[in-house]
Design a protein around this ligand. Structure first.
Ligand code: ADP
Ligand code: MG
Length: 424
């Protein structure tokens, strides 16, 4: 049984059963010329066999977006396709990173309270999507979380516990309603089907777009983004990897890849079927187990599986764990009785945003939001990389007692050890 688990902490796909076969076909299998075969037949056979035995790269890993990204294309893994995928990942990183000074997000942040900045369709699409999740979660997910992320500096050498005064100073800067998006007139076709509300004031907007400093980006510009208050900053760390995974899915579909695993530091998409009638096995990490051992195994296919948890990035002070998912209302790491939230959904962008959102909301409010979204037949299907892709939502929550709460739709497809699992 093939098995892999993602462990965002050590950022590795693990093959516990060690049965993934990464063997390359060797030239031995090609050498079957027989002495007494006619020349012409021999030439044809050799030629055909040479091509069918061209070794394919089973998987490739690179550090992009501050994490280890592993793509497994199995027998469809050509150098050209890997190059295309990783260059798309780097392109996304270069646009979204808050640590790359020249990124679009850095430029938007730098111009906060001053002027609007031209935005590519990628950035416009993801910021719009992020504002959608902010709206439906009443700000539990907030892409303007940047000033708080900077203040806590979790996962950097500067990480510390800020005082209540410091937090109170920064909190007013975290407000998704103060993001103004203006789309170019022809942006509808470039914004990948998004039709969500745009927070804009068109008069100011055209003024602002004239001020847009990033004129060079105009060729790729789909509109402008402005943060209305000085000191505000965007941080799309809770959604950008999901978008990136969806973009890879798009490339895989174009390239007619049959099966693949996308793992962007734990943001997983299992593409196609492992084998006929066989599902992929995705490990759900035990939040209390530093070794990365899974607490459950989910059997699934053609979907994204994304987890947000207390164990991903954190520091411990006086026995208290301070992790990287912040509650925009309190300005502190979100504290509910959940240790991790996993969302299973065809749109990786939605899985990513929702796993963070639900982690902040906690079980009761999180359940209510997921039920509402399911009842609305997934209003976020617009964020799927694939048109008309029905996108059922499922979730797995793990609480402080290590009890698992999973969607009924997953019943029969999750293996757990000794832990209690409740389907609801
Ligand atoms: P990871 O990307 O580490 O796997 P998440 O997807 O849950 O985990 O995203 C956490 C990241 O999202 C944080 O590092 C930060 O950049 C950002 N973030 C933290 N709190 C929030 C929030 N309430 N809303 C939106 N983004 C957040
Ligand atoms: Mg997320």
């Amino acid at each position: 049984m093939n098995f892999f688990c993602f462990s965002p902490k050590n950022l590795q796909l693990k093959n516990r059963a060690n049965k993934f076969s990464f063997t390359r076909k060797t030239s031995n299998t090609c050498s079957f010329a027989r002495k007494n075969v006619r020349k012409i037949l021999l030439a044809i056979v050799c030629c055909t066999t040479f091509f069918s035995c061209t070794p394919k790269t089973q998987s490739k890993s690179e550090v992009v977006m501050g994490t280890i990204c592993t793509i497994k294309l199995f027998d469809d893994g050509t150098t050209k396709l890997y190059d295309k995928i990783f260059s798309r990942l780097r392109e996304i990183d270069n646009a979204f990173s808050t640590t790359i000074e020249t990124s679009e997000i850095s430029k938007i942040n730098e111009a906060a309270g001053i002027h609007a900045v031209a935005a590519s369709r990628d950035v416009l699409f993801v910021v719009e999507a992020a504002l959608y999740f902010a709206r439906i979660s009443r700000g539990a997910f907030d892409p303007t979380i940047g000033p708080l992320v900077k203040l806590w500096a979790i996962n950097t050498e500067g990480a510390y516990i800020p005082s209540d005064e410091e937090i109170a100073k920064v909190l007013p800067l975290v407000n998704w309603r103060n993001v103004q998006i203006v789309k170019n007139e022809n942006a509808n076709e470039t914004a990948q089907g998004s039709n969500i509300t745009i927070h804009s004031n068109s008069e100011n907007a055209s003024e602002n777009s004239q001020n847009a400093s990033d004129k060079n980006a105009n060729a790729k510009t789909a509109g402008t983004i402005m943060l209305l208050q000085k000191g505000m900053s965007l941080d799309l760390g809770g959604i950008a990897k999901g978008f990136a995974a969806d973009e890879i899915v798009r490339l895989l579909r174009e390239a007619k890849v049959r099966k693949a695993i996308i793992d962007l530091g734990g943001n997983v998409f299992v593409f196609g079927k492992k084998a006929s009638n066989e599902l992929w096995h995705v490990g759900i990490k035990n939040p209390n187990d530093a070794t990365g051992e899974p607490i459950a195994i989910l059997h699934t296919s053609e979907t994204s599986v994304v987890t947000s948890g207390v164990y991903e990035r954190f520091f411990i002070a006086d026995g208290i764990r301070y992790h990287h998912i912040l509650n925009p209302k309190t300005g502190k790491p979100a504290r509910t009785n959940l240790l991790s939230t996993t969302i299973v959904c065809k749109s990786s962008l939605a899985s990513d945003a929702l796993s963070t959102t639900i982690f902040v909301l906690g079980k009761t409010q999180g359940d209510a939001l997921l039920k509402k979204l399911s009842a609305e037949q997934n209003s976020f299907v617009q964020f799927s990389p694939i048109e008309n892709f029905a996108s059922p939502l499922a979730s797995i929550f793990i609480d402080e007692d290590e009890t698992l709460f999973a969607s009924r739709s997953l019943e029969g497809n999750i293996e757990v050890g000794l832990n209690e699992i409740i389907f609801e």
